[in-house]
Design a binder for this molecule. Structure first.
Ligand code: SAH
Length: 370
């Protein structure tokens, strides 16, 4: 199923796999490391640029393999500097990646799946339904393709957030493989402290992540202040209710520098009252937590709206008064339908009239590493 395997794409292969490839071609193992370094650290796209390999080996590899990134189908530049990329995968599926330049860092919001199975009521990606997991190569490919399109230097400081389309913890093997290469100093070289995985709270997968040797930061989409509200917004809450979620969060082994991040999408008149804020404060009381309040990014096909900004500020103040570090994350790229899912759904809609409509979603504007 992985298009890498079919088309012989090298992007997505780990060091050992590339070493084995070298050995299978009758070459010494270190050739694999040279290819690995070329693809991920030097971000080479043409075999001709792998000059350290020698011509014969280059030709032998090029005859059967490719260094392929997802193709840019469309891109939308926002007035605020964000650029939203709609990528076409080798099988024709569409995914989205958002580029958000900031003063000292650049944040990339990555997709982990095509569509999503979780049916969060406010999310536009949910309207696409569940299609398939991305491969590690398609995840890393988003980073390499945006870096190439934006001429990002190798030294450019990146934040990577898995807050685009899909639920990363339902694709943990490929997400973890991608992160291992993205965070490897000999690979793409993004520090693990600057990679965040956002989840609705798939509890067994959070426990698995807790034991992972290369562990990114964890962000939990809380989005509600009690079970009734959360189950209505996020059906997964019926399987993993708040008490269980918070128990797993309390047991999560935070590193000395780390906070658990909680995202809270603010929906006008739904989850934005003072009482909600007080309940959230009570839920998070005994956790080393940071909260990101995300005013909802609306679109015509879903009935939710962002609250007035004063409401968001009042909600933040209540959490701050309870000594919970709380940030307001203004969604970037509002003028380019920057909520994840929106462009893909439009892409699907262009081909078929059956899809219900305009999509959005996504946690753009979120930051890690602060
Ligand atoms: N499935 C994962 C990651 C993708 S969604 C998760 O749910 O965490 C990333 C974040 O974007 C989540 O916090 C989600 O609640 C939020 N989100 C979804 N749709 C949104 C929208 N239209 N506006 C603002 N945030 C949204």
């Amino acid at each position: 199923m992985a298009f890498e395997e079919k088309s012989g794409n090298l992007v997505g292969l780990g060091l050992e796999e590339l070493e084995n490839l070298a050995l299978s071609l009758g070459q010494p193992r270190y050739r694999g490391r040279q290819i690995y370094h070329g693809i991920y650290a030097r971000r080479v796209r043409a075999f001709a640029s792998l000059t350290d390999l020698g011509g014969d080996l280059r030709d032998a590899i090029a005859s059967q393999h490719a260094i392929a990134y997802p193709e840019i189908e469309r891109q939308f530049a926002s007035r605020d500097g964000a650029v939203r990329y709609l990528f076409r995968l080798a099988d024709g599926n569409l995914i989205e990646t958002v580029y958000m330049p900031e003063e000292d860092r650049t944040t990339l919001c990555l997709s982990s799946q095509v569509g999503c199975a979780l049916e969060c009521q406010f999310c536009f990606t949910a309207l696409l339904g569940s299609k398939r997991n991305l491969t590690a190569g398609e995840i890393i490919g988003q980073v390499l393709a945006v870096a190439a399109a934006q001429n990002l230097e190798r030294e450019a400081r990146l934040n990577l957030v898995f807050m685009g389309m899909g639920e990363p913890l339902l694709n943990l093997p490929q997400v973890a493989k991608a992160i291992a290469i993205l965070a490897d100093p000999q690979g793409v070289g993004v520090s693990l402290r600057h990679i965040a995985v956002s989840t609705v709270g798939i509890l067994p997968r959070i426990e698995e992540l807790a034991r992972a040797p290369m562990r990114p930061k964890l962000a939990i989409s809380l989005n509600a202040s009690n079970d009734e509200q959360r189950s209505a917004l996020m059906p997964i809450n019926k399987k993993y209710p708040l008490a269980d979620l918070l128990r797993v969060c309390r047991a999560y082994p935070l590193r000395s520098w780390e906070h658990l991040m909680f995202e809270y999408v603010m929906l006008d008149g739904v989850n934005d009252s003072d009482a909600d804020a007080r309940r959230v404060a009570a839920l998070l009381r005994d956790l080393r937590a940071k909260v990101n309040l995300i005013p909802y990014n609306s679109g015509p096909d879903l009935p939710f709206r962002a609250p007035p900004f004063e409401r968001v500020v009042a909600f933040q103040k209540i959490l701050l008064d309870h000594r919970i570090a709380t940030f307001i994350r203004i969604s970037r790229g509002q003028d380019i339908s920057a909520a994840c899912g929106q462009l893909s759904l439009e892409g699907v809609r262009m081909k078929s009239a059956k899809v219900p409509g305009h999509a959005g979603g996504g946690g753009q504007g979120l930051e890690v590493g602060q």
